[in-house]
Design a protein around this ligand. Structure first.
Ligand code: GLA
Length: 349
């Protein structure tokens, strides 16, 4: 990063930030209902190097942008994911001088493994290092989420930013999205997760995402609850048909996350796998965020011997995650999955 920075801007980098991608093992579309999620960091990551400069400038993968301004309106391009976090830092009273920013990442974009959250978190970490101000992981995550909500116009929950800011390699993170806190849960060595892209880019589905979120909020308000986190299965059946299936997913998914943590702690691989597969069905039928390509991929993962498989993240394309049983021949498994899904590719675990 240091020599790339020198080459790009002709000066030395003064600070760096780093943040990983994530796979969500279970618990999707629960974060904005104050619920539970279980993400785990991936090896691919985003790095950001920064130095004070006469004016704001940014470079990423050959794209150069000058004149972007965190104190001005969003530009509707990738620099919003740099400017938004800087704007949030300034709002929090942290000094944000004009900076040159270099971004390098091996996270596949539009794959649903949180490339945008990783960029936001890495920018915040680099800017904090430059200012010499430490900040707790949960505060970094909240700041990154606000940047995405307010500056980038995506009404996402806290899952991706918390996973990227507070996750630890090789461990799962049980997130309680009501309190904004996480508990690390160790993953037994026998649990091998594989993340596979279905070959179909995650569609720009912000409109559908926001619509699902509204349905969930409406269901909570009909029940007189502040969030669906507090609903029980009987409540769901009292809801009007228009929001019932969406609420059923959220309520059942929250219970599945807690059961999955128990399965992880008890090293019960088949129970964990079953919960993953139930989660996929619920996301596909009750929440309707899967696609034919994701369904085909999850089915092929199971047919080839996975203990469980599900789409991961928002859905609408992108990735699925499989849990492999201990004695499986992984090359044969992948051979079978990729034969049924020629467009699919493995994401670095
Ligand atoms: C996207 C959002 C998250 C979360 C997931 C679905 O990744 O950014 O906040 O809602 O979808 O679980």
């Amino acid at each position: 990063m240091r020599s790339a920075f020198r080459e790009a801007f002709g000066v030395e980098a003064q600070a760096e930030g780093h943040a990983p991608a994530r796979v969500n093992l279970i618990g999707d579309h629960t974060d904005y209902a104050d619920g539970f999620c279980l993400p785990m960091p991936l090896r691919c990551a985003t790095r950001v190097a920064m130095a004070r400069a006469p004016a704001f400038a940014a470079r990423s993968e050959g794209h150069a942008a000058s004149g972007f301004d965190p104190f001005g309106p969003p530009r509707g391009d990738w620099t919003d994911y740099v400017a938004g976090p800087l704007a949030e830092l300034a709002k929090a009273g942290i000094e944000v001088p004009p900076v040159a920013v270099l971004v390098a990442s091996d996270i596949p974009q539009g794959a649903g493994v949180s490339s945008s959250a990783a960029l936001e978190v890495a920018v915040i970490r680099a800017a904090l290092a430059l200012a010499g101000t430490p900040l707790a992981d949960a505060d970094v995550a909240r700041m990154a989420q606000r940047a995405e909500n307010l500056y980038c116009g995506v009404n996402c929950g806290i899952l991706d930013q918390m996973a990227s800011a507070a996750g630890r390699m090789g461990e799962a993170l049980l997130l309680d999205c009501r309190t904004g806190t996480g508990r690390l849960v160790s993953v037994p060595a026998a649990f091998r997760f594989r993340v596979v892209h279905c070959g179909e880019a995650r569609r720009l589905a912000d409109g559908v995402y926001n619509e699902r979120r509204r349905a969930v909020e409406e269901a909570a308000s009909i029940l007189g609850l502040s969030a669906l986190r507090d609903a029980v299965p009987d409540d769901v059946e009292r809801l009007p048909a228009a929001v019932r299936a969406r609420a059923r997913h959220v309520v059942a998914e929250n219970a599945r996350v807690l059961a999955a943590v128990a399965a992880l702690e008890g090293a019960d691989l088949s129970a964990f796998g079953r919960l993953m597969t139930e989660s996929h069905r619920s996301l596909a039928t009750d929440y309707e965020v899967s696609t034919p390509a994701l369904d085909r991929l999850a089915d092929a993962m199971l047919a080839a011997g996975a203990a469980g498989a599900r789409l991961t993240g928002a859905g609408f394309g992108g990735c699925a995650v499989a849990l492999l049983p201990p004695n499986i021949d992984e090359a044969a498994w992948w051979g079978q999955v990729s034969a049924a899904n020629p467009e699919a590719w493995l994401v670095a675990g």
